[in-house]
Design a protein around this ligand. Structure first.
Ligand code: GLY
Length: 411
């Protein structure tokens, strides 16, 4: 079997490593891949467009393509591959709007009774300002377009809210993504990520994860792609799981079936757990990064077989290790803004699994940093404390100039 994995981060390295471990007979290809994926498979070079990738898959008899990064979904790669009769795991273009088009996503939630914070949509700056005048709660202002994962501003008071409106709708900080905006009620609570697999008929959730999104400790500073994750999320009690299944997962599935938005791929529920209820903040139509890196080492089941079952619309059941997992992201100092690359990494060669390469390359037997998020160190343990300790023990073994990581993942 030949499998092609699309993306270039730690998530794609983790997917590749898990499949490699489960099925030695699978040949792995990555596009564009990174220094880590090149060690377990082959990074494809010089294939830039969706059509190029499709022709590559056809010519090389790729049996299955797994979409890691969302950017490929927004380009409609799933639709193109399907037209060519190629098996691909990911949301098609219309379904990917659940992630890429926030107004579409909120209307879907509203239509099917998926519990989500209350909101209003505005294309007129003045009407948005008038609404804010009458609002007596903290709000989150979101661009309708995904704006490369940005375009979400938390405003604690009216002045901050108006400043956010100005920067989005007048100064066009996020370009056309901000032509239409959502003003959403801000809810206080704990966030939780539930990644799940969709076989076109049923959605099977993975273990819960807690993502640490901010660059600074105690969730301060700029938003990042994610600086760490723990699994399971301690706030996902049985009661919250039941609430999630009844008020979020079940109506989502109903909506997907009724709207004929079914696909074979992943759905990621970004939740907010408040003192009363669980709410859906957003859908993503892919696996999370770095949630995937903490989740997959806990999966007993053969991931490749799970994906194959989903593609055949068979029931998916997943067995998990009864352990906790903690993933710490090592980044280049300055990320998510300006940072330097090209720094020599020491300590990788003697490291115990699991760990993943996110933004590093191998040059003449030396590992060199190449992106903002560089490495993912994962610790597993019978308790969360053990898992955290193991992850940070691994972190201590790694050295490169301008290394930065959060010291409070899981704490
Ligand atoms: N860790 C958040 C995301 O993948 O979007």
């Amino acid at each position: 079997m030949k499998v092609l994995i699309l993306g270039n981060g730690g998530r794609e390295h983790a997917i590749g490593k898990k499949i490699f471990k489960d099925c030695h007979s699978v040949d792995l290809y990555f596009y564009p891949g990174n220094g880590g994926t090149n060690q377990i498979g082959k990074n494809i070079e010089d294939h830039h467009t969706t059509l190029d990738l499709c022709l590559f898959a056809k010519k090389n008899s790729i049996d299955l393509t797994i979409v890691g990064s969302e950017t490929f979904l927004y380009d409609g790669i799933v639709d193109v591959f399907k037209n060519f009769g190629l098996a691909i795991m990911g949301a098609h273009y219309l379904a990917a709007r659940l992630e890429v088009d926030r107004v579409f996503s909120k209307s879907f939630m509203k239509k099917y009774g998926v519990r989500t914070p209350k909101y209003k949509v505005f294309s007129s700056y003045q009407k948005a300002v008038d609404f804010l005048e009458k609002t007596h709660y903290s709000v989150v202002i979101k661009t309708s377009g995904i704006a490369a994962g940005k375009g979400v501003i938390l405003a604690k008071n009216k002045t901050e809210a108006k400043n956010a409106l100005n920067s989005i709708m007048i100064d066009k900080k996020f370009g056309k993504s901000g032509n239409t905006i959502i003003i959403e009620e801000f809810l206080k609570g704990q966030e939780s990520s539930i990644i799940s697999i969709f076989n076109g008929k049923e959605i099977t959730p993975f273990l819960s994860a807690k993502d640490y999104k901010k660059i600074g400790e105690k969730e301060t500073g700029s938003n990042t792609g994610g600086m760490g994750t723990i699994v399971p999320n301690p706030y996902m009690t049985n009661e919250v799981w039941m609430d999630f299944k009844k008020n979020i997962l079940t109506p989502t599935l109903e909506g997907l079936l009724l709207e004929k938005l079914t696909f074979f791929g992943f759905i990621y529920f970004g939740l907010m757990i408040t003192s009363n209820n669980v709410y859906l903040l957003e859908y993503n139509t892919r696996m999370g990064d770095p949630e995937t890196q903490a989740l997959l080492p806990l999966m007993n089941s053969n991931f490749f077989h799970i994906i194959q079952s989903a593609l055949l619309q068979k029931k998916v059941s997943i067995s998990w290790k009864k352990l906790c997992s903690c993933c710490v992201v090592l980044s280049s100092k300055g990320y998510p803004e300006k940072y330097e690359s090209g720094k020599i990494i020491k300590g990788l060669n003697s490291l115990m699994e699991p760990f993943y390469i996110a933004g590093a390359k191998k040059e003449k037997e030396r590992w060199i940093t190449s992106h903002g998020r560089v490495l993912n160190m994962v610790g597993l343990g019978k308790t969360m404390d053990e898992a955290i300790k193991m992850a940070y023990n691994k972190v201590k073994k790694i050295h490169f100039e301008n290394l930065y990581y959060r010291k409070d993942i899981g704490l």
